[in-house]
Design a protein around this ligand. Structure first.
Ligand SMILES: [Zn+2]
Length: 200
């Protein structure tokens, strides 16, 4: 395999992919960086004589030895040596959109801007997600999250005719009305005629 310093389960393939999302781990501190790397750079060239459309020139980049775009991380690598770092390819992406989405999604999901290690140091070298820079963590309040859930997932409410309990219609149908524990027991009427017939 010719994956350079990247650990990956198979041969990395610029022929079929636009780039990859990676993880770089400082093995001494367990501090990490999540980023993406494109396999190709794109240069726009002027149109050929007599043509109108610009041309695009794709050039494979030096991704095999790439050490991430974080200045702090690269200073650490310089100081401690590459052998103290793991370079892991998480996945390859077939389109630029997938590449951008995957990187951003992982950075948000892993809380790269706010996560802190037991020692108090930030877990991630990342200082931005897309255009969002690292600021003293202004965590989204749980009450804000709850408000979103309440509004976005709000279902109409109704009241059970048997017990008078009020809740959303999904729960009403599931636990009340015909399924309500307080629903009058109609069993005697339902089986009544047959039973009485039999008895008479
Ligand atoms: Zn009920």
């Amino acid at each position: 395999m010719n994956n350079g310093h990247w650990e990956f389960e198979r041969e990395m393939s610029p022929k079929t992919h636009q780039g990859f999302v990676y993880l770089i781990i400082n093995k001494l501190t367990q501090r990490v960086y999540i980023g993406k790397k494109r396999y190709f750079s794109v240069t726009t060239l002027p149109p050929l004589k007599g043509k109108k459309r610009n041309r695009k020139q794709f050039k494979e980049m030096a991704w095999r030895s790439y050490t991430g775009s974080s200045v702090e991380l690269n200073e650490n690598i310089e100081k401690l040596g590459k052998s103290n770092f793991s370079f892991i390819c998480l996945c390859e992406c077939e389109t630029q959109a997938e590449l951008t989405y995957t990187e951003t999604k992982l950075q948000f999901d892993m809380n790269v801007l706010t996560d802190v290690m037991p020692c108090g140091e930030r877990k991630y070298y990342n200082k931005a997600i897309g255009a969002i820079k690292f600021l003293p963590p202004k965590v989204v309040a749980e009450s804000t999250r709850n408000k979103l859930r309440e509004k976005a997932y709000l279902l109409p409410r109704g009241t059970c005719t048997h017990c008078g309990y009020t809740c959303d219609i999904a729960n009403l149908a599931r636990w009340h009305e015909d399924n309500c524990r307080d629903k009058p027991n109609e069993q005697p009427n339902d089986i009544g005629p047959e039973t009485s017939k039999g008895k008479t």
